[in-house]
Design a protein around this ligand. Sequence first.
Ligand SMILES: [Zn+2]
Length: 421
Amino acid sequence: MEQTIVWLFLVFFAAEFVVEFVLNELNLRHVRARCDAGQVPDFFRDKLSREEYKKSVEYTLAKGRFQRWAEIYGRLIALLILFSGLLGLFDALAARLAQQFALGIYGQGIIFCLAVALYFIIAGLVTDLYSTFGLEAKFGFNKITVPLFVTDKLKTLVLGFMIGVPFLLIILWLMQATGRFWWIWAFVFVSAFQLLMIVIFPTFIAPWFNKFEPLQEGEFRKRILALAEQVGFKTSGIYSMDGSKRSAHSNAYFTGIGKSKRIVLFDTLLEQMSIEQGLAVLAHEMGHYKMKHIQRMLIVQTVFLLAGLYVLSLLLDFQPFYAAFGLAPSHHAGLVLFSLLSGAFTFYFGPLMNLLSRKHEYEADRFAALTLRDGKPMEEALINLTIKNLSNLTPHPWYSAYHYSHPTPAERISAIRSQVG
Ligand SMILES: [Zn+2]
């Protein structure tokens, strides 16, 4: 039985790897071929010189080549912890420490989970460092200094510890104390926890990393006030963020629910855009708010959560599951194994979530164009953002369908034109 479990996992694990790898290679080839063919792609032809287009292609290719190695490296890291006996070693170590300090089974569980988390954090540093100080720096995007990089990491660690440990303790306790239907209790708890995080993230967590300031007085602010009133969005929730201290990439996002909802514009974006374009971006983000996209995403995630917890509850009582990976049965071992293995089986849902997300993006674009009674500003904002971020102008259609949470700029522009005219 153990053998079968291992093989089943390996088959899915390998399939996931092949899909990711092949899509990436297809994308690289597609981008290169399009560039060699000569012309700057449609919609960008009179906005972008041949040189600038070439630079965006080089950036895409460099990222893809990095992705190739990062993918292989990540797989090896996962295989190493699963099949080298490390998990058993961590668990034995956790048991010994817990005994020494009289922390009980919960203490052992927490130490075990922390050890596994630490393993992945350390392994991830390699790719993170190269991506930030190698790749992004080479193309002039990286603005983060080494001290800031280190403080960011430390803050993330502290935050993960402060939130993660109580969270795990409650889950482990629910597994222990609430009997056969623990997964329903856990579902209620995790759902409430997710809601809490959505509320506290914008107001308490994000400000620990960035400065958020209400938009400055002036023409832009006046226009925004008018737009917000028209749409029915509270302007107290519109902020500019100092994204420029980490990266020259520009962005905007909508987050939070209820009173904590806010639209965040990167300072880099405000610098690069005209007032008209900035307003279009804001109108787009307000569209996400108006159409309750965050709530809709949450509902979908909730269904996945319930299904996932149910499957975990079945696996917890299934002895060969632990034996297959050299672990003694325990709640914490089940929890960690499940989180390490489940990705290979659930990654096919990723494209479905992206499909939903892209649908939301089309809706928000349409909302912006209709609200401004003009599709041009949104179109120009998209073109501007794409050029400044050196985004891939010609992704392979399978690659973008699979990986992109946003439609490609060309798809979005076509949609705006067909809807608004
Ligand atoms: Zn959007």
